[in-house]
Design a protein around this ligand. Structure first.
Ligand code: ADP
Length: 642
């Protein structure tokens, strides 16, 4: 045998299946085709190395080795020995392994070796090595690769850390063996401390809270096995420590040749989040129920003043459906006259010192009707003190407004009445005396000087007497008017009785005029007895008094209920009142038409009626046709008046 032939390694043993293994192939390439080996080395992403077991000074690592370790070409150690940057312990273990496997067809050596990076830190490599024989008496070369694991390892560490932080674990179930794999985080979530704990499907399912959660997981697993349906569910488990926890379980099936081979997925602890969500859902339900039930108009606006949420009562008030209101500007419903004030309100709310703004304004509802509302708007600020929302409360004050208008009007009327009473008081007291004096002297004139007067003188006295009589009548009328004191208390007034009394009082006039009076049933109202008597007295007396010459008066009194009270009408067939006079007759001392000449009167009766009726919350009006008759109607508002 030549030395050459003695160096020849024995031909590699064929693989059991008749094909050479990768290691065998490499050994042959290394021995017979070094050029090919060089090509492999150039193409490799990992570092390659070669090492002469006979001459330890002969070693080689590819340039890639040094670039993985962060060395520039000029910084590579002059001897180029990679072992100098390897961790001594790992290196010793590597040597031991080589020795243990040192045969020409020894198995592949696989070991992790820590190497020192040029910047000082360690990177982890996976080293695969083969011993190669160039001679027959044992291996004389070690060839191999160093694979940089640090990136994978970092990713693995990162993944682990993020999974632990997010409390996301993995799980899988090997259908054939029935074995379940739980990642460490999955075990942690289950409260399982034993790292060797090995659940099976039944024990894993038993962790789910009995009832809804357990039934749900059984259903989704069954569906996944049957239909391949993946799942993503929120369930409650009871941990090994007996605590209830909400988890999110995701799973799907891995199939091979139409069979389910594995179910796998993730398992996340979402307990705190879920509790927050449930709490949030509770507050949301509370808020939405409040918005349904709250009797006042309530709105939440966004930072731009657009409606985000609206209470059912606001929707009813304004006459628009909630979906027609949401998204609209809050000011869209305001009466055009109030838009500027709205803008000023939003400006004012920008001021942090002014968290709330209150105003009274008008809205225009869906039917175009004006509504008076009392609006309070508050700015809601976020952590950065920026306005995130507005909360608005809207209360309908339309009724209160009209009541207020009524009160203002009533107060005005009362003022006027008081002025008039005062005037009437002064007039009645101050004028009565000179009139009485005049009357007295006229009486004396007629008694003592009658004989001395000629016919003309007597006629003058008669004219003066009737003028003074009229003046006295007016002054007495004024006296009656001044007696309409508002201080008189309200009482239940039976108008049937009132009417009966009035008819008795005017019976003489009725007989004198040959009139007929017809009246229906009258209600009991709440008012002032004397005043209401006066109204009926005036109207009925007028109806008889102002009859057409030669036509017997026919008078009818009616009553009907109206909203909030009653309307009474006195209808006659008398002389009537011209259109132009109809407004005047309710003024003080107004006497109109032929009635003013033919009858005596003070022109105060209808003014009194008007005052009385208005003080009973009602109104009086006349409709009349000259020469045919008149209808006087007045209302008494019992409800509002009370
Ligand atoms: P008086 O009857 O004392 O004149 P009133 O105030 O009661 O005063 O009436 C004012 C005026 O209205 C009367 O003078 C009369 O011209 C007119 N008038 C009132 N009632 C009637 C009636 N029923 N028909 C026609 N004219 C009437």
């Amino acid at each position: 045998m030549t030395s050459d032939s003695s160096d020849q390694p024995p031909a590699p043993e064929p693989h059991a299946a008749g094909l050479p293994t990768v290691a065998e192939e490499l050994r042959v390439i290394m021995r017979d085709q070094p050029a090919v080996f060089l090509k492999i080395e150039e193409a490799a992403v990992d570092a390659t190395f070669m090492w002469d077991l006979d001459d330890p000074t002969r070693h080689f690592v590819s340039p890639r080795f040094w670039s993985i370790l962060g060395y520039d070409a000029d910084a590579i150690p002059p001897d180029g020995d990679w072992q100098g940057v390897a961790d001594p312990k790992d290196l010793a273990a590597f040597h031991t392994a080589i020795e243990a496997h040192a045969s020409c067809d020894g198995p592949e050596i696989e070991q992790r070796i820590r190497l020192r990076h040029a910047h000082g830190y360690e990177i982890l490599t996976e080293t695969y090595a083969l011993t190669v024989c160039h001679r027959s008496n044992g291996p004389n070369r070690v060839i191999g690769i160093h694979r940089d694991l640090s990136r994978e390892r970092q990713l693995e560490i990162l993944l682990n850390e993020t999974n632990t932080a997010a409390r996301i674990g993995a799980w899988s179930w090997d259908v054939a063996s029935g074995k379940i794999y739980w990642s460490p985080v999955t075990k942690l979530i289950h409260g399982v401390d034993d790292p060797d704990y090995q659940p099976v499907l039944d024990t894993a399912i038993e962790f789910y809270r009995e009832g809804y959660s357990r039934e749900l997981i059984q259903v989704v697993i069954a569906a996944c096995l049957k239909e391949g349906t993946p799942w993503d569910e929120l369930c409650e488990i009871v941990t090994a420590k007996g605590e209830f926890r909400w988890v999110r379980v995701i799973g799907h099936a891995e199939r091979f040749r139409g069979e389910n081979v594995r179910l796998l997925g993730s398992f996340q602890d979402i307990h705190e989040q879920r509790l927050r969500d449930l709490e949030l859902a509770k507050s949301e339900a509370l808020l939405s129920n409040s918005f349904k039930l709250i009797p006042s108009g309530m709105l939440i606006l966004d930072a731009e003043g657009r409606v985000e949420r609206v209470s059912a009562s606001f929707s009813r008030l304004i006459g628009y459906a909630p979906h027609e209101i949401i998204g609209q500007a809050f000011t869209d419903f305001t009466h055009p006259d109030g838009r500027e004030a709205d803008a000023a309100m939003f400006d004012a709310l920008e001021d942090t010192e002014r968290p709330q703004f209150r105003s009274e304004k008008r809205y225009v509802d869906a039917a175009g009707k004006n509504l008076w509302v009392d609006v309070a708007v508050a700015a809601i600020r976020n952590d950065q003190d920026e306005i995130s929302n507005y909360l608005a409360q809207v209360i309908d004050v339309t009724n209160a407004k009209s009541e207020e208008a009524y009160r203002v009007h009533l107060a005005f009327l009362e003022d006027k009445a008081r002025e008039m009473e005062q005037f009437a008081y002064i007039a009645s007291h101050d004028l009565r005396q000179p009139v009485l004096t005049l009357k007295g002297y006229l009486g004396a004139l007629r008694e003592d000087y009658d004989a001395k007067l000629d016919d003309a003188g007597r006629e003058y006295v008669t004219i003066m007497e009737s003028a003074v009589e009229r003046m006295d009548l007016m002054i007495r009328g004024l006296l009656d008017y001044s007696r309409l004191s508002k201080s008189r208390q309200l009482e239940e007034v039976n108008l049937d009785e009132v009417l009966k009394g009035v008819l008795d009082d005017i019976e003489a006039l009725r007989l004198e005029t040959g009139g007929e009076i017809e009246a229906g049933g009258m209600p009991v109202v709440y008012g002032r007895h004397i005043e209401l008597t006066q109204v009926f007295q005036n109207l009925l007396a007028n109806a008889l008094k102002y009859h057409r010459r030669g036509v017997a008066p026919r008078v009818e009194i009616t009553c009907r209920a109206i909203s909030g009270g009653y309307e009474f009408c006195v209808l006659d067939n008398g002389i009537g009142i011209s259109d132009s006079d109809q407004d005047r007759i309710f003024g003080l001392f107004q006497r109109v038409g032929e009635g003013a000449h033919d009858t005596t009167g003070s022109g105060i009766g209808l003014a009194s009626c008007k005052t009385i009726v208005e003080r009973h919350g009602g109104s009086i009006k006349v409709s009349s046709t000259l020469g045919e008759g008149s209808r006087f109607c007045f209302t008494i508002l019992t409800e509002q008046f009370q």
